[in-house]
Design a protein around this ligand. Structure first.
Ligand code: PLP
Length: 378
């Protein structure tokens, strides 16, 4: 057994590997969250948020996983009488639907099978009925390694006048997100994906229009209070202090690399993963033009057992990848390649996969996957 959680190539679909700089920032001595030191760090975080989101806006940081940000946003902007359209084509689309239904009594869910786009005509048809308060969608469907085409969806939403609310938990700092061009009114991300910080913080960005309409309906997740306090570099309740310090360092690292460079690196790793998948004779779950740059979902070849493959990868190669969710458990596995994932991690993962397939009598030309990946390295 070689699995060692401290050194494993950690390639799940988030949380992702955390850089030692970010880990060290978290192990700082206790600090007073109402004192100058902490306020200064929060101020610097606040100033870096437009860089993260690629646009100025109204920002909140909540102590809670990504879902807390989704719930804070939907609860503040959706009212029981509102007509809301939810696009759902994966596990997180289904979750978004559940959250929206807690806060609006008139939700129409437009579903497509996991990993397939919701037809634009069905969205257009539903919007034409009028009086839609908000369209809610996931940007990057982590469960299916699938990115919804927001550039195509956005003009329909904008024309209708509805608020455009996006779950960007596995897209922000991983995929291009054009908030202004696409007219996104609200987007939420989590600390544990493209940002490569520990799990436990949700970051919310609202447009001026959405900000003006915030009517909080929960106490702990009161967005208005979070906006008001963050403007003073503060938080309404005791924040998850070590996580804020870690987020500060992760944002500094993102700024040093540059958002565009982070996106380009994530894209290159995704292309290399897809090339490795082809070379192994495996198949992506999502149609290639929708394949996500932050997480690849790969079909388990017939006759092979997903759990056993991942177990050998873990225990023999010290590489951790992730299984499928819901009805795709056992049918697909997922490789995350966002945040600070390295080329070495990817090569090790594919070296292991190649050996496992080879031993199962499914090997293709030895070394082809690694050569395909190497050919895409900068
Ligand atoms: N939405 C998407 C697209 C996700 O990938 C995840 C988590 O993987 C979530 C929502 C839920 O986020 P959290 O588990 O941080 O609450």
């Amino acid at each position: 057994m070689t699995f060692d959680p401290e050194t494993a190539a950690f390639l799940i679909a988030g949380p992702v590997r955390i850089h030692p700089r970010v880990l060290r920032a978290m192990s700082f001595s206790s600090v007073n969250h109402r004192g100058d030191y902490f306020h200064q760090r929060v101020g610097e975080i606040r100033e870096m948020l437009p860089m993260l989101f690629g646009a100025p806006g109204h920002h909140a940081i909540l102590s809670g996983s990504g879902t807390s940000g989704l719930e804070a946003t939907y609860s503040a902007l959706l009212r029981p009488e509102d007509r809301v359209i939810v696009l759902s084509n994966g596990n997180f689309g289904e979750r978004g639907d559940e959250i929206a239904r807690r806060y609006s009594d008139h939700v129409t869910t437009l579903s497509a099978p996991w990993g397939h786009p919701v037809p634009l005509e069905s969205l257009a048809g539903e919007l034409e009925k009028g009086n839609v308060r908000a369209v809610v969608t996931v940007h990057n469907e982590t469960s299916a390694g699938f990115a919804n085409d927001l550039a195509a969806i956005a003009p329909l939403v904008r024309r209708s006048g509805a608020l455009f609310l996006v779950d960007g938990i596995s897209s922000v700092a991983g995929l291009p997100v054009h908030l202004q061009e696409w007219g996104i009114d609200g987007i939420v991300t989590g600390s544990q994906k493209g940002l490569a910080a520990p799990a436990g913080l949700a970051l919310v960005h609202l447009s001026d229009r959405a900000f003006a309409e915030v009517r909080p309906r929960t106490h702990y997740l009161d967005l208005a209070a979070h906006f008001k306090f963050l403007e003073k570099n503060d938080t309404p309740w005791t924040p998850a202090i070590p996580l804020f310090l870690a987020l500060h360092e992760a944002l500094l690292m993102l700024r040093e690399e540059g958002l565009e460079a982070r996106l380009a690196r994530t894209h290159a790793l995704a292309e290399a993963t897809r090339a490795g998948v082809d070379a192994l004779g495996l198949e992506l779950f999502a149609e290639r033009r929708y394949a996500s740059n932050t997480v690849s979902a790969i079909k388990i070849p017939g006759g092979m057992d997903d759990a056993s493959v991942r177990k050998v990868l873990l225990n023999t190669y010290n590489v951790e990848v992730q299984g499928g969710q819901g009805e795709y458990k056992g049918k697909i596995f997922r490789i995350g390649h966002m945040g600070i994932t390295s080329w070495g991690d990817l090569l090790l993962c594919f070296a292991g996969l190649e050996r496992i397939l080879g031993k199962a009598g499914r090997g293709k030309s030895p070394g082809a996957a690694l050569a395909a990946i190497e050919s895409r390295m900068p």
